[in-house]
Design a protein around this ligand. Structure first.
Ligand code: ADP
Ligand code: MN
Ligand code: MN
Ligand code: MN
Length: 387
């Protein structure tokens, strides 16, 4: 098996020695800011590195298009409004013609930078037009926020289960647990929540990312190894409204950065291996204040019934290539059929046993693919069930 990233014994986020790079002959990685104690100790003379992060319009690493560039600040911002609006060349990210290429970056959330460490920050930005400051065509956040802003009193909570698959360093299309000559690892069975070199493949990636999210200030609620070899999951939530999408996007960015540092690739593709292998999803758990209060079960069932009436509308927004994953097998429901049930992992919507027993709680929309846009999904779930 080619799971060389298993050989990272230390946690680079904790500033310990970084041997994953060495194991893969990546000597430069040892020099990188964020993995080298000496570099981290260098004084910055009161200046702060602000990594502006935004969503481009192409498909790049991992199946998304997450871009970043850094600005030096001479103050430590307390809120995104204190930060300068910046700009970039939208013609290089598939978002603007070369003749009128400027797109603006408006800061919307600040996180601690787990690689450069405090006081350095990651600044998540939305993309807006230079003149009107309206969202550009690929900015889906604006619409989602408009949905949530209509009924803030419902206090919608989302918990998103992000599944992803570790891919080979030299071939981002090949799962790291699969051989170059097409040889497959042992069949599914030992990997889900597994322990051991042959089961918990690339645990250092999952663990380093977990720590990076906690350091950054992402609301991450846990991780687990998944059913396919080299596939993992982490959960972001519960987050209120628009914050769910913001935190999920930055968690994805951190995953891409961790894999860059540890010398492997990641894919968020919903079906990275053909054959008898599970795909990857983004189960979206949802509740509103009335659902969490006594008697909320009735509100939950009403919401689920509403989702049933708009099934295909939702499926269109739930991720590219979801048809390759939602076959009705491998713990999925069929793409074109809506269903729900208590504790049913083959249904579109699963209601937890606890929620039924307590007659209040939340439900799980199991349909979204691992590569879904959380602004589209959370906005649509709220629109269909609450507006
Ligand atoms: P599963 O049993 O499907 O694997 P997980 O434990 O992986 O579920 O993920 C459940 C997610 O739902 C977590 O992110 C958790 O924080 C979130 N969650 C818990 N309670 C609620 C709630 N009332 N509303 C919305 N999300 C919730
Ligand atoms: Mn889960
Ligand atoms: Mn899962
Ligand atoms: Mn789930």
């Amino acid at each position: 098996m080619g799971n060389a990233c298993n050989s990272a014994p230390d946690d680079p986020i904790d500033g310990a020695s970084f041997s994953a790079g060495k194991a893969r002959g990546l000597s430069l990685a040892n020099m990188a800011v964020g993995v080298n104690e000496a570099t981290l100790k260098m004084q910055q003379r009161g200046k702060i590195m602000a990594e502006y992060v935004w969503l481009g319009g192409a498909v790049t690493t991992g199946g998304f298009d997450i871009r970043n560039k850094t600005k030096t600040l001479d103050f430590s911002p307390k809120s995104p409004e204190e930060l300068p609006i910046w700009n970039y060349d939208g013609s290089s990210t598939g978002q603007a013609p070369g003749s009128n290429s400027e797109v603006l970056l408006r800061p919307i959330a600040i996180f601690s930078d787990p690689f450069r460490r405090e006081p350095n920050i990651i600044v998540f930005c939305e993309t807006i037009l230079p003149k009107t400051h309206d969202p550009i065509a690929t900015n889906t956040r604006g619409h989602a926020k408009a949905m949530f802003d209509q009924k803030p009193e419902l206090v919608p909570w989302f918990g998103i289960e992000q599944e992803y698959t570790i891919m080979a360093a030299d071939d981002a299309t090949r799962p790291i647990a699969f051989d170059e000559d097409g040889g497959e690892p042992a069949p599914q069975g030992p990997y889900y929540c597994g322990a051991g070199y042959d089961s918990a493949i690339c645990r250092p990636v999952a663990d380093t990312h977990y720590k990076a999210c906690l350091y950054a200030g992402i609301t991450i609620s846990g991780i687990n190894a998944e059913v396919m070899a080299g596939q993992w999951e982490y959960q972001v939530g519960p987050c209120v409204g628009i914050e769910s999408g913001d935190h999920l996007w930055i968690s994805r960015y951190l995953m891409i950065r961790v894999c860059e540092m540890l010398g492997c690739n990641v894919t968020f593709d919903p079906k990275p291996a053909k054959g008898n292998w599970n795909g990857a999803g983004c189960h979206t758990n949802f509740s509103t204040k009335p659902m969490r209060e006594d008697g909320g079960y009735k509100v939950i069932i009403e919401a689920v019934e509403k989702l049933g009436k708009k099934h295909m509308e939702h499926m269109k927004l739930y991720g590219e290539g979801n048809d390759r994953r939602m076959t009705g097998g491998h713990e999925t429901s069929a793409m074109d059929k809506f269903s729900y049930g208590v504790a049913n992992r083959g249904a579109s919507i699963r209601i937890g046993t606890d929620t039924e027993a307590e007659q209040k709680g939340y439900f799980e929309d199991r349909r979204p693919a691992s590569n879904m846009d959380p602004y589209l999904v959370t906005g649509k779930v709220f629109e269909t069930t609450c507006l």
